[in-house]
Design a binder for this molecule. Structure first.
Ligand code: GRF
Length: 203
């Protein structure tokens, strides 16, 4: 089972996948890491693990569509079964996303559908949420709005700020991502007619 990862930054979720694949907890091969930022730590982590890593500079392309075209040409050359967006901060175009329905997932740091978009930890605190967490969803043209595959919940504690809350969520993201990718790799979770099926049954 071949996995490609898209990442813009730190790459701790990527690292969780690298470690799981290395320990055989995840029976899969990481076939490429792709970034819109040449300085992403994620690229260093990939290279350190012997995974092909590529950065494309969006500024070097005349349009988002042109950037996406090249990005997905590079990704497709690695022939992944699954593409994981793990802290990829750039919008993907509707066409390449829809063309890969069911083979593209994203990890988002909130309990979707709450707090789509950016600065989720701060917004959860401002909203007075008692619970927060992370979600993994199939990517569709609807930003952070695709079908949710799995979630991890954490409590919001008195005295939390965005940093402490974000750290608590991130610690849960890593095992959530590994476990969810395991289910996808095993073919136990699939997207069929825009609905998620687990072990053959629509959720
Ligand atoms: C994570 O919180 C992820 O949910 C969000 O961006 C962050 C990426 O962290 N989409 P990292 O780069 O995996 O460390």
């Amino acid at each position: 089972y071949r996995i490609a990862v898209l990442a813009s930054g730190r790459g701790s979720n990527l690292q969780a996948l690298i470690d799981a694949a290395a320990s055989q907890a995840l029976p899969a091969t990481l076939v490429g890491v792709f970034s819109d930022r040449a300085d992403a730590l994620a690229l260093e982590r990939a290279r350190g693990a012997g995974i092909p890593a590529l950065a494309l500079d969006p500024g070097a392309f005349p349009s988002r569509a042109a950037f996406d075209l090249e990005l997905f040409a590079q990704i497709d050359a690695a022939a992944p079964d699954l593409v994981v967006c793990a802290g990829y901060m750039r919008l993907l175009g509707a066409a390449p996303v829809e063309a890969r329905a069911g083979r593209l997932v994203n990890i988002h740091p909130s309990l979707l559908p709450a707090f789509k978009g950016l600065r989720t930890h701060r917004r959860a605190l401002e909203a007075g949420a008692r619970e927060h967490g992370a979600s993994i969803h199939f990517v569709t043209a609807d930003l952070d709005g695709g079908p949710v595959v799995s979630q991890a919940r954490v409590p919001v504690l008195a005295g939390d700020d965005a940093a402490t809350l974000g750290t608590r969520v991130l610690a849960r993201e890593h095992p959530l991502l590994v476990e969810t990718v395991r289910l996808l790799a095993a073919g136990r979770v699939v997207l069929h007619e825009r609905r998620i099926h687990l072990d053959g049954r629509a959720l």
